[in-house]
Design a protein around this ligand. Structure first.
Ligand code: GLU
Length: 291
């Protein structure tokens, strides 16, 4: 067991988890009378948690063009949004403050390769957990349940549901689950690399709709007030997970612990309210799937 000393702020944030981890080590629990700055959080040597914590930095892949979830803010020189806040919560539990996080843009198609190549430590990027992806990466979570929906021009009266997309050109993104679903329902997918790149084709009539997760579309509609609207009911389930290296089970389980603690201590709800919650209602988060 290797000890990793953490800054005071991280210890305050670590709370219950640190105590649980120490208690589980057999007699290594911290003395409650010890001054907070003398306390230590321990991670088993060789784990990703120990490595990242010691390095004092983590590389997180997220979206840079999706309002509410991951949108690059030039003033802050960093992305903002709910996924970004989830990334910060995880980093904080490793003793890494937000200024020491390296943010990397991951578009839909490069999330698995970036994890596989070690270009990122984790991906928090409206990333649906599914069996195909689980062949090459692992997922903590889910931490949010989205669903595929439809964005059209505000004055469109013809498209009400996915049935109206059959045989129609609809924009989505390469490597995404909605792109595959469009194919399945008989639409004509017009694919690009990011959802923001679908907006011009929608404006100029090259496509009749954009289709992806409801929460992404809600963000795009809110960013371009009055121009677009989201129609119909979500017609898939998109459980959002945190992507990480395949078979890094310790790290996956630890992130699941972090999520459950964030649900319990209010930090998850706070992260939602300060980002996506400005437009979308809060819903109770799903229980992480400890597969
Ligand atoms: N959640 C879906 C996916 O992971 C669509 C959103 C996205 O492309 O990021 O493919």
């Amino acid at each position: 067991m290797k000890r990793v000393r953490l800054p005071l702020i991280a210890l305050a944030a670590a709370g219950v988890l640190a105590l649980t981890a120490c208690a589980g080590d057999g007699g290594d629990a911290p003395d409650e009378t010890t001054a907070p700055d003398a306390e230590e959080m321990t991670f088993d040597e060789g784990t990703t948690m120990a490595e990242l914590s010691e390095a004092g930095t983590i590389t997180i892949g997220t979206k840079f063009d999706q309002p509410l979830f991951g949108l690059f803010d030039p003033a802050a020189d960093a992305p903002v949004g709910f996924d970004v806040e989830i990334g910060k919560i995880i980093a904080g539990k490793l003793g890494i403050d937000e200024g020491s996080i390296e943010w990397v843009e991951t578009v839909s198609a490069n999330r698995e390769p970036f994890i596989e190549n070690g270009q990122v430590d984790i991906v928090v990027a409206t990333y649906t957990i599914n069996d195909d992806r689980k062949q090459v990466v692992s997922f903590a979570g889910p931490y949010y349940m989205a669903g595929q929906s439809i964005l059209v021009l505000a004055d469109n009266e013809d498209i009400m549901s996915e049935d109206d997309l059959v045989g129609q050109p609809v924009c989505s993104v390469t490597g995404s689950t909605p792109a595959a679903m469009l194919e399945e329902i008989g639409a004509e997918p017009v694919l690009t690399d990011t959802y923001s790149n679908c907006l011009e084709p929608l404006r100029n009539g090259q496509v009749v709709a954009v289709s992806t997760d409801n929460v992404i579309l809600a963000g795009l509609a809110a960013q371009n007030e009055g121009e677009f609207k989201v129609v119909g009911e979500p017609f898939t389930e998109e459980p959002y997970g945190i992507g990480l290296a395949l078979e890094d089970t310790d790290f996956r389980m630890w992130i699941n612990d972090v999520l459950e603690e964030a649900y319990a201590d209010g930090s998850y709800e706070e992260a939602w309210n300060s980002t996506a919650g400005t437009v979308l209602p809060y819903v109770e988060p799903p229980t992480p799937d400890r597969y």
